[in-house]
Design a protein. Structure first.
Length: 585
């Protein structure tokens, strides 16, 4: 038997209508309660609806947003190509999802995760667009903080091992292209465990931060200091021209850490052991260089601590000698012992009379013997001793000139070579003025020689310095003319007195292939004559060279043919037994 059951209330048209209305109301409540911002636009992207979260996230009220386009929120960070690609994807797929920078009403930028969906009408074409978005600025900031924890040491703020290895790999690729070198220095603090045990880990951490600060202050801008963990640090020198550069940095770092630390009101000292590896000699990869520098560091620990070692034994021996030589030179420069000035005569070409002399520094050491100027002068430059060495030479020359005059001799003007560091130091002119007064020297008794490279990139400033020296009566010569950048403009603009033709041009005047040198000497001497400059021919060693140079307007000769550099007494005996051939000015 068939039972007649009452119809479901939902099946009637009235109930269907009620269900539809309740569903819409529920949908509206969900949309309003959504934590995501919601925008609905028409087909022309004019805003027709926004929810409460839109207002909260952007700062714009419904009234301000309705009728506008989403460009109301544009940050200006994305170009037209970005939006063009976005809309191409929406038209092709009806959907786009991605991250986009927008701007709140206050002007504050924020990053949002945005989803845009095309809503199709009965004709199959978009009638509306719905956009859902959420502010993910803090999410990204947190992610970046997490990444930074991976890349940087939380205690010191220095790059971590992972970031250091990335930078080292990049630096290796760079120096391989440039066919240059780089160096890696591993630093391990000596007896740091005792610090932790005696002061506690909190004070040990404070000490590590102080160590990091000191190390950073001793490095160049392009160098990288990283913390490998514990009490171990690493330095990357991305451009290292010579092994001496790396060892000099190592010594600076040892000195920095060796200075007293004050932690928790207590002063104490610690040391460190360093290991150095060099690319490409000690490895082609980051792993090899780090491993080898680490091995060198442990050797430094085993061999006394508070020192450094190079990975390769042969480089250690070379560096030990170089360091010993630098230490000996430093002692000699500071005390003046072992340094002597020899004098090479400058003579009149036609008469052979003495016209002047050039002061040439010589160094004799009890252990190293006579050290060539070609070795110790560049070493003084690298070790930062060249200014002190230059002052030693100037004072020795001034004292000797005073002694010769007191002995009744008539010494000539003596030319002293100035390095770039000495020439550009503040107060050079005043220093020379005081030197003249201290040793009671006549005006112009001391002159100076500069190489062309000294004037590079500083011609305008050089005018002031050279003119100040000229006001003291000093002659100023350009040495080795023709081997530097040879700008003809400075010959006219700078108050120079003398050009010295480099020995290579003089010596090449004799021989079959002499046309080039002959043309250069002719041009230089002719130009000098027109500018009123005296010309000195350097390196004249044979009669043939003297005959060759005689064809040009060169009045002064310097070289082994006319006189070798002589020690003080020998120079006086040979050249100062009669009055000097010419006046000083």
């Amino acid at each position: 038997m068939r039972h007649n059951m009452p119809a479901s209330p939902h099946s009637t048209p009235t109930h269907a209508f009620l269900d539809s209305r309740e569903g819409l109301q529920l949908a509206e409540r969900v949309i309003e309660a959504s934590m995501e911002g919601i925008i609905v636009t028409d087909a022309d992207t004019r805003i027709e609806f926004v929810n409460a979260s839109f207002t909260e996230l952007t700062g714009y009220t419904r009234e301000e947003a309705l009728g506008q386009t989403p460009a109301l929120l544009s940050s200006g960070r994305h170009d037209a190509a970005f939006y063009r690609a976005m809309w191409q994807e929406i038209r092709a797929t009806g959907f786009w999802r991605g991250e986009i920078w927008n701007r709140r009403k206050s002007g504050q930028l924020y990053l949002e995760q945005l989803t845009i969906t095309a809503i199709l009408g009965d004709d199959g074409k978009p009638s509306h667009y719905a956009a859902l978005f959420s502010d993910i600025t803090r999410v990204r900031e947190n992610e970046q903080r997490v990444r930074r924890l991976d890349d940087y040491d939380a205690l010191t703020g220095l790059p971590s091992r992972r970031l250091l290895e990335d930078r080292l790999a990049l630096a290796i690729r760079h120096v391989q292209r440039e066919k240059s070198h780089l160096a890696v220095i591993v630093i391990d603090l000596d007896h740091f465990k005792q610090v932790n045990d005696s002061l506690g880990h909190a004070q040990g951490d404070e000490l590590l931060k102080r160590v990091a600060e000191r190390l950073e202050h001793r490095l160049r801008e392009d160098d990288t200091l990283a913390r490998l963990g514990g009490d171990k640090f690493l330095v990357l020198l991305p451009m290292c021209a010579a092994i001496e550069e790396a060892t000099r940095v190592a010594r600076r770092l040892i000195e920095a850490i060796g200075e007293p630390f004050l932690v928790a009101g207590q002063a104490f000292r610690i040391g460190c052991s360093l290991g150095i590896s060099v690319h490409p000699e000690d490895g082609d990869s980051a792993d090899e260089l780090l491993r080898n520098a680490d091995a060198a560091m442990y050797r430094a620990k085993h061999e006394g601590r508070n020192t450094y070692r190079l990975y390769r034994a042969d480089m250690n021996q070379q560096d030990i000698r170089q360091l010993a030589l630098e230490t000996a030179l430093r002692d000699s420069v500071e005390s003046g012992e072992g340094l002597a000035v020899h004098y090479q005569p400058l003579v009149e070409r036609d008469s052979g009379e003495l016209h002047g002399a050039e002061a040439l520094v010589r160094w004799h050491h009890p252990d190293f013997g006579d050290v060539s100027p070609g070795i110790f002068v560049p070493l003084a430059e690298r070790a930062g001793l060249i200014i002190t060495l230059g002052r030693q030479v100037m004072r020795q020359v001034a004292a000797q000139l005073q002694a010769w005059r007191a002995a009744g001799l008539n010494p000539p003007q003596v030319a002293v070579n100035l390095s770039a560091s000495q020439f550009w130091q503040e107060g050079l002119v005043e220093e020379v003025r005081e030197l003249f007064a201290e040793f009671d020297l006549p005006r112009g008794q001391v002159g100076f020689e500069l190489t062309e490279s000294v004037l590079l990139d500083g011609e305008q400033r050089a005018v002031t310095v050279i003119q100040g020296l000229r006001d003291l009566g000093c002659r100023i010569a350009i040495d080795d003319f023709g081997t530097g950048y040879s700008s003809l403009s400075y010959l006219q603009d700078l108050p120079l007195t003398t050009l010295k033709i480099d020995r290579r041009f003089v010596q090449r005047l004799v021989g079959e292939n002499n046309r080039g040198s002959a043309a250069i000497v002719a041009a230089v001497t002719g130009l000098a004559r027109e500018l009123g400059l005296r010309v000195v021919a350097e390196g004249v060693e044979t009669e043939a060279q003297l005959d060759a140079i005689s064809r040009y307007p060169v009045a002064l000769i310097q070289g082994y043919l006319t006189g070798r550099p002589l020690a003080t007494d020998a120079f006086a005996e040979r050249w100062l037994t009669r009055p000097a051939g010419t006046a000083l000015n």
